[in-house]
Design a protein around this ligand. Structure first.
Ligand code: NFE
Ligand code: MG
Length: 504
């Protein structure tokens, strides 16, 4: 038996340690460890409730808008104003969250994943008159390959032409991500940590100038998604179609749903949502309704005290560094005691099965072109395809939403801070489904709990021996060269892990 440790596994956000035991070329056991304690939830105790929106955004620079959204929804709930958010405010919240999704998905495919499938070093002598590619080639010829030289390499299957296209798009994607940040800043003031999303709605009233700036940038981003990202993702997954059967993971999928369309009923049960929520078991026809009371976090193998174990309405996040058997700072969230995969593959699968028409239309097209079946979507290649389809669906919806804004109309509800109360806010986040739970006493935060997408996916084992999705996806994988475990890296990165979020 040989143990491979990858620590940190790079080209993800934050530090993730992956350890796999290999016997006769196959992964027999896997450990996923978050190696950093942060404690943001405990820092919130005793603070003014509206600080939650500012502070929880600092959990992450990649998906702060999801945290701003979840914390504002939790406060809307605690303040008793969730049915009073002005329509303009709800639309702008969606536009800002959508802008963050587009930036994040493009980041993941090009800058965090493409180099697992594309070798830019091979383009050193590629005959071209494209200035971008020539400057990339001369940079590579200078001898310093970073950040393009791979940590693990080989098994490159794209031809030179396709590689050149992807490399060109890698560079172009940097500009497109900048546009997506600008998109968000039109209403949020700045990115990463916006000032726009607040309890009650948003701070800014839209005017025609903002709307036209938004439309112009969104148009460029949509063209990139339609003409470059979707075809690029299809090219990669077709070339690596064995990866539709590699890294499959667990058999349960979870999504709360989000992007509220009906601003007078902002609860997942009652509202109209762009993406529906649900719990789905692999191979089933039907999606079941989510019951938030069935969520509980386990810390059997995490460095936390017993008070951290239980439902998010009761727990504290207190560290216990000597906990026997612990190997991660990530907790193990479970739904009815079972691990769930969250993320674009889960969301697209659930929405397809729940007959979301827009998702069905786009996913059917992409699955036909990618030559993949629905039940293969939760896989290493499938996760990349699902993420691209999700970017297309969201960017199309955003183009409709921005047209519905009414210039000058109110965007925020009025409220008084309550002496006591509690609330929950759940939303789609780029890497999965996100929940914030708040309890207020004496007009201060008494308790705050986040259950975060990568916490689900990168979770360690629970007390019943159930492994989290990433660990499960690794087991059974054939690793051709233990000194160059590219299969392990590809599987882990397909989940788009963010460890800053996972440990929060
Ligand atoms: Ni730090 Fe996050 C997203 C949230 S991660 S990136 O998307 O919420 O799990
Ligand atoms: Mg938490």
């Amino acid at each position: 038996m040989k143990t491979i440790t990858i620590d940190p596994i790079t080209r993800i956000e934050g530090h993730l340690k992956i350890e796999v035991d290999i016997e006769e070329g196959v992964v027999k056991s896997a450990k996923s460890s978050g190696t950093l304690f942060r404690g943001l939830e405990e820092m919130l105790s005793g603070r003014e409730p509206r600080d939650a929106q500012r502070i929880t955004q600092r959990v992450c620079g990649v998906c702060p808008t999801a945290h701003a959204t979840a914390s504002s929804l939790a406060l809307d709930d605690a303040l008793g104003i969730k049915n009073q958010i002005p329509t303009n405010g709800g639309i702008i919240r969606n536009l800002m969250l959508g802008a963050n999704f587009l930036q994040s998905h493009i980041l993941h495919f090009y800058h965090l994943s493409a180099l697992d499938y594309l070798n830019p070093v091979a383009l050193k002598d590629y005959p071209t008159d494209d200035q971008e590619l020539l400057s990339l080639a001369s940079y590579l010829q200078s001898g310093d390959g970073a950040p393009f030289a791979p940590q693990y390499s080989g098994d490159y299957r794209l031809g030179l032409e396709e590689s050149a296209d992807l490399a060109r798009d890698y560079l172009l994607a940097l500009e497109i991500r900048k546009k997506a940040h600008e998109l968000l800043a039109i209403f949020g003031g700045k990115m990463p940590h916006n000032m726009g999303i607040v309890p009650g709605g948003v701070t800014n009233r839209p005017d025609l100038d903002m709307i036209s700036k938004f439309e112009a940038r969104l148009k460029q981003i949509r063209q990139f998604i339609q003409n470059r990202y979707i075809p690029g993702a299809i090219e990669v997954v077709r070339s690596y179609n064995d990866y539709f059967d590699i890294g499959r993971g667990v058999n349960k999928f979870l999504e709360y749903g989000g992007f509220y369309l009906d601003q007078v009923s902002t609860t997942p049960q009652a509202a109209r949502l762009a993406f529906l929520g649900g719990v789905y078991d692999r191979g089933n026809e039907k999606v079941k309704e989510v019951n938030l009371d069935r969520i509980s976090e386990k810390v059997t193998h995490s460095w936390y005290a017993d008070q951290a174990d239980g439902p998010p309405t009761t727990t504290r996040t207190l560290p216990h560094v000597d906990r026997e058997g612990a190997y991660s700072w990530v907790k193990a969230p479970r739904y009815q005691g079972l691990p769930c995969e969250v993320g674009p593959a889960a969301r697209m699968l659930i929405n397809y099965r729940a007959d979301n028409p827009k998702v069905k239309e786009e996913l059917d097209k992409a699955m036909a072109e990618g030559d993949v079946k629905l039940d293969q979507l939760a896989s290493t290649a499938g996760r990349h395809l699902a993420r691209a389809v999700e970017a297309k669906v969201i960017s199309d919806l955003m183009a409709d939403w921005v047209m519905e804004l009414e210039p000058g109309k109110p965007t925020c509800a009025k409220y008084e801070l309550p002496k006591k109360g509690s609330g929950v806010g759940v939303t789609c986040a780029p890497r999965g489904t996100l929940g914030h739970w708040i309890k207020v006493e004496d007009t201060k935060i008494a308790r705050y709990q986040l259950v975060v997408p990568t916490t689900w996916n990168a979770s360690p084992k629970d007390g019943d021996g159930n492994r989290g999705p990433i660990e499960k996806a690794l087991i059974g994988t054939e690793v051709r060269d233990p000194d160059n475990p590219i299969e392990v890296a590809r599987i882990v990165r397909s989940f788009d892990p963010c460890m800053a979020c996972a440990v929060h």
